[in-house]
Design a protein around this ligand. Structure first.
Ligand code: PLP
Ligand SMILES: N[C@@H](CCOP(=O)(O)O)C(=O)O
Length: 468
């Protein structure tokens, strides 16, 4: 499998190259040259497999030249062994047609662990074989950071530096990152938004000498390996509910567009996904795009679902590339105009193609609290604010045909957002025993203005300290 940049100028890579490169050298994102498509019979043969086995077989379709199926199987088995639920990603029925796909049973209680626990092992395997080391720089609005730190802490060939927006994550999210005092981990709080953090990560990658000097690598979903490792859980849910012989819809609370892109990928691989519903908080650029082809930037505003306080959804570029007929030059020009003008000029035909499959939905904080309350009092289901946006979006935009099930990505454990959940239900969800002393642990992080030179100096200092 070869991977191409969405901007058409970078050299193609294999899976190993993509894993290590993160962002393509032309600033674009890597996409598979063609989608590995499975026949209905091949999909049926995957029904009922344990999650690690299914994950290994599907990811192998993307990584076959780099990793044998046996090696991948060992990695997925180890990656999911520590999850707090035997099914890894259980489906919980919410009502007659909707299900929560619980993706938060990993070590840091959010869906990011599903990919990150594998990614840490992939990096280790490839780096050991090559005798190399890397410096990971990542941006987080709250969940990617702790999942990546947990997956990479104390790994000899990796330094990891995570940028988060100061004061804009939940306290649990911040402490999950800043209380990890391993020598290869550093946290940087920036006076800005998640978008500033993500821009700085991309700017470091686009600074070619710095990128080479630090041997930068990415753990955000700009790295194709992250998206690839998020594909199996959508297939797992769909197969459990009757695919490929029954269509389905997914509702995904969305920020950086990586998670819903993985759902889109299982459709490209041949599963009958009828509709993809995108839930947003007040930072609803994607919902506005789907409603009226209005992809225009507004300032990021804080909300009760902080992980989705995002305006520039990185992975939308991957969908755009597909919508524009995989025309790298057109994708590059559209992205450049978005950056320059703050508005993305998506041709009408491409927008119509998107609206044939996707629906957008916006829920403000009051609505989010009401939805958490409704789920709790009605179904006895305790949802975090992000998941609640997904369930409300599912109700608003479920396909008219009631025989089509809707699977909602339950992206975080309610205990990560105890204040919002308590406000809505009067019930303060406790942290699991292994995190019970989180509030007593020592925190360590630096605070900086979002200036590239200062951030690069911080990264250089951290990486050098570790390599000395
Ligand atoms: C809990 C939670 N829900 C939803 C999202 C949005 O997912 P994505 O950024 O892949 O769209 C995030 C952040 O990624 C998150 O942490
Ligand atoms: N919501 C995310 C933002 C980064 O998303 P990613 O999927 O690109 O890593 C977070 O929690 O950090």
């Amino acid at each position: 499998m070869r991977y191409l940049s969405t901007r058409g100028q970078a050299a193609p890579h294999d899976f190993e190259g993509v894993l290590l490169a993160g962002l393509a050298e032309d600033g674009g994102l890597f996409m598979p040259e063609s989608w590995p498509s499975l026949s209905p019979a091949e999909w049926r043969a995957l029904r009922g497999l344990p999650y690690p086995e299914l994950a290994a077989r599907l990811i192998h379709r993307f990584a076959g030249e780099t990793l044998s199926l046996e090696t991948l199987r060992d990695m997925t088995t180890a990656a999911y062994a520590g999850f707090g639920h035997p099914a890894v990603a259980p489906l919980v029925q919410l009502d007659s047609r909707s299900f929560a796909l619980e993706l938060f049973h990993g070590p840091t209680l959010a869906f990011k662990d599903m990919a990150m626990q594998l990614l840490g092992r992939l990096f280790d395997h490839v780096l050991a074989r090559r005798g190399e080391r890397i410096t990971i720089v990542g941006a987080t609005s709250g969940d990617t950071g702790s999942a990546a730190i947990e997956a990479c802490r104390d790994r000899g060939a990796i330094d990891i530096i995570i940028l988060h927006p100061d004061g804009r994550t939940s306290e649990v999210q911040r402490r999950q990152m800043t209380t990890v005092l391993s020598p290869n981990v550093a946290n940087l709080a920036l006076n800005g938004t998640f978008d500033d953090c993500q821009d700085l990560v991309k700017a470091m990658f686009n600074d070619a000498p710095f990128r080479a000097e630090m041997r930068l690598a990415a753990v955000n979903s700009i790295n194709w390996a992250r998206v690839a490792a998020q594909i199996p859980y959508y297939a797992h849910a769909a197969l459990a509910l009757g695919a490929p012989d029954r269509p389905m819809a997914f509702s995904v609370p969305t920020g950086n567009f990586g998670n819903v892109l993985a759902a889109w990928a299982v459709r490209a691989m041949g599963l009958p996904v009828e509709r993809l519903i995108i839930g947003a908080n007040r930072n609803n650029i994607l919902a506005r795009f789907l409603a009226a082809n209005d992809m225009s930037m507004r300032p990021v505003e804080p909300s009760l679902s902080p992980s989705m306080d995002i305006q520039v959804s990185s992975n939308f570029e991957r969908l755009l590339f597909e919508l524009l007929g995989r025309d790298g030059a057109a994708t590059a020009e559209t992205m450049q105009r978005f950056r320059a003008e703050g508005r993305m000029p998506v041709p009408d035909a491409a927008w119509r193609r998107a609206t044939g499959l996707f629906r957008g939905f916006t829920l403000d904080d009051e609505g989010t609290l009401a939805e958490i309350r409704r789920l709790w009092t009605g179904q006895g289901y305790l949802a975090d604010p992000h998941t609640a946006i997904g369930t409300a979006a599912a109700r608003a935009h479920a396909p008219e045909d009631r025989s089509i099930p809707v699977v909602v990505a339950a992206t975080a454990h309610p205990a990560k957002f105890p204040d919002a959940v308590e406000r809505a239900t009067g019930n303060r969800p406790p942290l699991p025993a292994r995190l019970a002393d989180l509030y007593e642990r020592e925190e360590r992080y630096a605070v900086l203005a979002p200036e590239l030179a200062d951030v690069e100096a911080f990264v250089r200092a951290h990486a050098r300290r570790n390599t000395a």
